[in-house]
Write a protein that binds this ligand. Structure first.
Ligand code: SF4
Ligand code: SF4
Length: 287
């Protein structure tokens, strides 16, 4: 079984548009949306979820007001400024609480307990192209790397169970922990970039990061025609470091229109030049 992760140095490069197109071209694949902070592949693939599971998040301090005397001792010890006064009583901000437990230990009245957040969830569903795993990280949750790992594990179990040959992963933007979790153990990485200084900068960072996993990214330059001199700079960089540029895609309004219509570009404009280009990119990835 082969795992292909699509990434970009930052959001807004068209990564999900490409992943959706690859999903509609793949045969016998499982799809995993690992952009758990801002998942949107599911909006295009529209899975009918048949399984929903809670992903236990970080623990947060919670006050039992039947026991609290508003003595303020907990506020004095919190190093994260998560405890303050609101409407005449002590309150803990779930967004600021780091879960260090100190307030629980110092409260003389045993009024504070730690509760595990249950806001993050992961889902398995069926799409018109095959099964999909996706997730939603709860607000202010910071375990995105672990949630990505769960999504990938579940996608792998599904692929094994259903004898699927590929897993197509929509990775998160950036180079942080969730991206590393999306790339670890993958067979191929496709980096979507755009012709700008920040696009080139991000491509360099992404290349360095995946290099730690002995991977060389396939590069796709999206909207290459909006800045030809930067496109040449990116081509030169890729040539110098031996990165295969497997596609240069012009700006095309149908890429955005397809997303609005919740379709892949291949479905939206099947016999267009843009669909042929994306099909050729998909063939190059699978070569
Ligand atoms: S230390 Fe305990 S009793 Fe005092 S304000 Fe905090 S929660 Fe309430
Ligand atoms: S658990 Fe730690 S961070 Fe959270 S409110 Fe208590 S002292 Fe502050």
């Amino acid at each position: 079984m082969q795992q292909i992760t699509v990434i970009s140095g930052k959001g807004g490069t068209g990564k999900t548009t490409f992943t959706a197109a690859f999903s509609s071209l793949a045969r016998n694949a499982v799809f995993a949306d690992c952009d758990v902070d801002a998942a949107n592949l599911y909006l295009v693939l529209r899975p009918g979820n048949y399984r929903e599971e809670v992903f236990p998040g970080a623990q947060k301090a919670v006050i039992d007001y039947d026991k609290c005397t508003n003595c303020g001792i907990c506020q004095d010890v919190c190093r994260f400024d998560a405890i303050g006064w609101k409407k005449g009583r002590i309150e803990i901000s779930e967004f600021a609480c780091d879960g260090c437990e100190l307030c629980m230990h110092v409260c003389p009245f045993g009024a504070i307990t730690m509760e595990q957040s249950r806001d993050s969830k992961w889902f398995i569903g069926n799409t018109r192209f095959g099964p999909m795993v996706h997730a939603k990280l709860g607000i202010a949750e910071d375990l995105s790397g672990k949630l990505v790992t769960v999504v990938r594990e579940e996608a792998k179990k599904l692929a094994e169970k259903e004898s699927r040959q590929q897993i197509i992963i929509d990775g998160p933007p950036g180079i942080g922990c969730p991206v590393i979790a999306s790339v670890t153990g993958t067979d191929k990485v496709v980096a979507i970039t755009e012709p700008s200084q920040s696009g080139l900068h991000d491509l360099k960072r992404v290349t360095q990061m995946v290099g730690h996993f002995d991977l060389v990214p396939y590069v796709v330059i999206n909207k290459f025609d909006i800045n030809m001199s930067m496109t040449r700079e990116i081509e030169n960089y890729c040539h110098h470091y031996g990165l295969p540029v497997i596609g240069e895609v012009p700006f095309d309004r149908s890429m955005v229109e397809a997303m609005v219509e919740q379709k892949s570009v291949i479905e939206y404009v099947p016999s267009s030049k843009i669909s042929k280009l994306l099909t050729n990119i998909w063939i190059s990835i699978n070569d």
